[in-house]
Design a protein around this ligand. Structure first.
Ligand SMILES: [Fe+2]
Length: 358
C-alpha cells in the first residue's frame, strides 16, 4: 500500500470552460483515495480546510485559475503558519522554463505539465508525500534530541555550579572569619565583569573562578587559617602557598582552565610585587586581575580576627592608592564606581545570602 491510498490530497484546479482533463482526473483520483478535496479557488480551499480537522498531505495546484493565480495562492499557503509546510505540486499547460523556474523558486516541490500520464503523477505524488513525511519525522527527532541535549547541558551546568559552591563552602568553613568570603568575591567579580562588558556566559565563568579562587586553602592548617591575631612571617609564608596549591587542585579540571588561573594568580599585583610568580600588568590574566580587586575589597569589608570591618571611606582610599600598583586601574575604577553607588554600604560581609545567590 503506497502513501497515496491513505493520503489527503487537495486538488485546486480551474474548471472554467469545461476543461475535460479536470473531470477525468478528478474521477481517476477519487478511485485512488477517498480523501480528495477539490477547490477552484484558494478561498474555497481555505473553507474546505477550515471544515476539516486534518490538513491535506499534499496540494495539487493549477497555475491559471480565476481570481488569485497559482503563484499568489502558493504565497498564501506559504505565509499561513498552518499550511506553509504542506508540499505543493504545480499543474500547468505552460511548458516554458520561466514558469517552471518561478514555480519552483516560489516553493513548489514539483512541476507537472498537462496533460500528464496518470502513473507519472501518481509516482511523483507518492515520492513527495513520502519525502515530506521523512523530513517531518527527521525534523521532530532533531527537535526532541536538541531539547534533550539542552536540558542535559543545563543540568550539568547547574551541577557544576552546585559542586563549586559546595567546595567554596568547604574552604570558607575552615575559617570562621571568612564565612561566605568566596561567594562574595565571586559576586563582586561577576559584577565587575558585567560592567566591563563580559557576556552572560563569561560572567558566569568569572563567578565560578571567584568561587574557587581560594580553594588552595584546603591544604593550609586550620591553626594558621583561624589563628586569632596577626600571623608571623613563617605562618604567612605557609598562607602564601595557597595559590600554588589551588592551581594544583584545579589543574585537574582541564575543561575549565581559567579556574586554575584565578586560583594561582589572584594575589599577583599589577606592579609585579605580588605572589607566587611576581608577574605584572597584562601578563596577569584578566580573570585574576578582576578577582584580585574583588578579593581585596571583600577582605577589607569583612571582620577579621585582628580587626573589625573597615569603613567604606577607608576602603575607597585603599583602592584608590592601589590603582595601577596593586590593582589593574580599569578594574579598580569599576570597583570604585560600585562603591560609590553603594550608598548604604550593603557590599560587605553583612550581605545576605539571598542577595549573594541572585
Ligand atoms: Fe587568596
Amino acid at each position: 500500500m503506497g502513501p497515496w491510498t491513505f493520503s489527503r490530497i487537495l486538488l485546486s484546479v480551474c474548471r472554467r470552460g469545461g476543461v475535460p482533463w479536470v473531470t477525468g482526473y478528478w474521477s481517476w483520483m477519487t478511485t485512488l483515495t477517498t480523501c480528495v478535496w477539490r477547490a477552484a479557488f484558494w478561498s474555497d480551499a481555505l473553507r474546505l480546510l477550515g471544515s476539516t480537522k486534518e490538513l491535506p498531505d499534499l496540494i495539487l495546484l493549477d497555475i491559471h485559475m480565476p481570481g488569485p493565480n497559482g503563484f499568489e495562492t502558493l504565497e498564501a499557503i506559504r505565509s499561513d503558519g498552518g499550511t506553509k509546510g504542506i508540499p505543493v505540486i504545480f499543474l500547468t499547460a505552460d511548458e516554458d522554463a520561466g514558469t517552471e523556474t518561478r514555480g519552483l523558486m516560489a516553493g513548489a516541490m514539483d512541476f507537472i505539465t498537462k496533460p500528464f500520464v496518470p502513473e507519472v503523477l501518481l509516482t511523483r505524488v507518492n515520492h513527495i508525500i513520502e519525502l515530506t513525511r521523512l523530513q517531518n519525522d527527521l525534523s521532530s527527532q532533531v527537535t526532541e534530541r536538541t531539547k534533550a541535549l539542552i536540558e542535559q547541558r543545563e543540568r550539568v551546568s547547574r551541577l557544576s555550579m552546585q559542586m563549586a559552591r559546595a567546595l567554596a563552602g568547604a574552604v570558607d568553613a575552615k575559617d570562621t572569619y571568612t564565612n561566605s568570603h568566596s561567594e562574595r568575591v565571586a559576586t563582586y567579580a561577576r559584577e565587575i565583569a558585567r560592567r566591563y562588558g563580559y557576556t552572560p556566559e563569561r560572567q558566569r565563568d568569572i563567578y565560578m573562578i571567584g568561587l574557587l579562587h581560594d580553594v588552595g586553602k584546603i591544604g593550609i592548617p586550620d591553626t594558621i587559617l583561624s589563628k586569632p591575631g596577626k600571623l608571623d612571617d613563617d605562618e604567612f609564608a605557609v598562607i602564601k602557598t595557597h595559590p600554588v596549591q589551588g592551581d594544583k587542585i584545579l589543574h585537574n579540571i582541564p575543561e575549565f582552565p581559567e579556574l586554575a588561573i584565578g586560583a594561582r594568580w589572584h594575589h599577583e599585583r599589577y606592579d609585579g610585587r605580588g605572589y607566587p610568580d611576581g608577574i605584572a600588568g597584562t601578563a596577569i590574566p584578566e580573570e585574576a586581575r578582576i578577582i584580585a580587586v574583588a578579593d581585596a575589597y571583600d577582605a577589607m569589608s569583612s571582620t577579621r580576627s585582628y580587626r573589625p570591618i573597615l569603613s567604606q571611606q577607608f576602603i575607597r582610599q585603599e583602592i584608590v592608592n592601589g590603582r595601577g600598583t596593586q590593582f589593574d586601574p580599569v578594574f579598580a575604577d569599576i570597583m570604585l564606581q560600585m562603591m560609590d553607588e553603594d550608598v548604604d554600604y550593603q557590599m560587605s560581609e553583612n550581605y545576605t545570602q539571598a542577595a549573594l545567590l541572585k
